[in-house]
Design a protein around this ligand. Sequence first.
Ligand code: 6GU
Length: 228
Amino acid sequence: MRIDIITVLPELIKSPFEHSIIKRALDKGLVEIHFHNLRDFAVNKYGKVDDAQFGGGAGMVMMIEPIDKCISQLKSKRNYDDIIYMTPDAKVLNQKTANTLSLKENFIILCGHYKGIDQRIRDLFITKEISIGDYVLSGGELAAAVLCDSMIRLIPGVLGNETSALSDSFQDDLLAPPVYTRPAEYKGLKTPEILLSGNFPKIEEWRHQKAIERTKTIRPDLLKKEEK
Ligand code: 6GU
């Protein structure tokens, strides 16, 4: 997988890729990430990439020209499966989208800022728009890092034990069951007996039951989705 990230704040988004599972995926060559500073395509020597919106109103809008130049340059070098715009006014990312995207090869991810980008960029280039939740962030960078993490960990070979991605919360629309590790008892707080029993079919049954209970309590909307 190759991901090209377009941003006005490359420093803000780099560090999530320098640790843990994502770093290992990069080191193994399973994914390549390239950062592009939109200011390199600015319309003047002061690095201008945004302007006031037509029609009036507070907030700046990211201009069409720098983004056009940057995306066109990338598109002239290779084909992209998707050109994704990170914005709160879009469908919310879920595990199904992450699964689908993890099977593709090349992405451009454009991080929004200020009031957003000139609509003509969306009409012309963007093939997918993604939000990471119903709240507003200062920019698309953190959201892009979240999206990349969710896709990269699903690329075969990234996680040591591939079954662990499959048993994650949300993979089957259920929250994960509770987990315990040594010591079996701490200050009188006990691990459920069943987990120490060695009876693996019973343990699986217990985990599934707990997953359903947890989902009913915390995210009943997920169960409703399953019934559809
Ligand atoms: Cl993708 N961008 C911004 N700025 N805020 C968000 C978001 C994205 N997703 C949720 N909030």
